[in-house]
Design a protein around this ligand. Structure first.
Ligand SMILES: C[S@@+](CC[C@H](N)C(=O)[O-])C[C@H]1O[C@@H](n2cnc3c(N)ncnc32)[C@H](O)[C@@H]1O
Length: 216
């Protein structure tokens, strides 16, 4: 199964602090293993939002805190980020976050026909700026088609990137699918830049935002 997809991420482990390591011992309290499980939990909430590649977890944590009626599923392969998120959930008694601690394509690929997500957010996917690495970019036509299957009718898709070349690529790949319409309505308010968006701005790049709805 793992060989089905080229890795779209740079590192899985990185440097892990003692706190993050301790928090990771509680992973099973928050993790889900498949789409049926998140679908079942989502019944207790007004809607369900997937954030892919939550990084240092700041955005998903703030979103969950500000929107307690929404269930958030965070997906990340980076163990230190997962450890940080578990710490934030535990310390702040957050009830509405679940974690898929692996490549999101593994979860989506196993979904036959369940439309679960009201929104999907992908903030600064790894840019893979070198041309020979473009094939590793997470956003491409086949990934968008995979994602589309798990999204509800009219569900929102938000993507941002601070790399102009990736922004052009995203536009092209979305158009190729013919499965999404541009939208001005954002699922939730995003009040601050994430770590990677801020880094891009600090390095003189701008943040490109894409907001779509699933076409029926
Ligand atoms: C450039 S970082 C952005 C992190 C965060 N969204 C931000 O804006 O600060 C991209 C993140 O996506 C994660 N990622 C990449 N491919 C992924 C995949 N297939 N499934 C889940 N997470 C993935 C990486 O591990 C990394 O933490």
């Amino acid at each position: 199964m793992r060989l089905k997809f080229l890795p779209s991420f740079v590192k899985r482990r990185g440097r892990i602090t003692k706190n993050q390591e301790d928090n990771l011992k509680f992973l099973s309290d928050y993790s889900i293993k498949d789409i049926c499980e998140i679908n079942e939990i989502a019944l207790d909430y007004s809607s369900c939002c997937l954030e892919i590649g939550f990084g240092n977890a700041e955005h998903i944590y703030l979103q969950a805190k500000e929107n307690p009626d929404i269930l958030f599923l965070g997906s990340e392969v980076y163990l230190s980020g997962i450890g940080t998120l578990i710490g934030l959930i535990k310390d702040n008694n957050i009830m509405n976050i679940k974690i898929f601690p692996d490549d999101i394509r593994i979860l989506l690929d196993k979904n036959e026909n369940m439309e679960v997500f009201d929104a999907v957010k992908i903030i600064c996917p790894d840019p893979w700026p070198k041309e020979r690495h473009h094939k590793r970019r997470l956003i491409n036509k086949s990934f968008l088609e995979l994602l589309h299957k798990s999204m509800k009718s009219k569900a929102n898709l938000y993507i941002s990137t601070d790399w102009e070349n990736y922004a052009d690529h995203i536009k092209k790949e979305i158009n190729k699918t013919g499965l999404f319409n541009k939208s001005n309505i954002f699922f939730t308010k995003k009040n601050h830049l994430t770590k990677f968006e801020q880094r891009g701005v600090n390095e003189g790049r701008r943040v490109f935002e894409f907001n779509f709805n699933k076409e029926d």
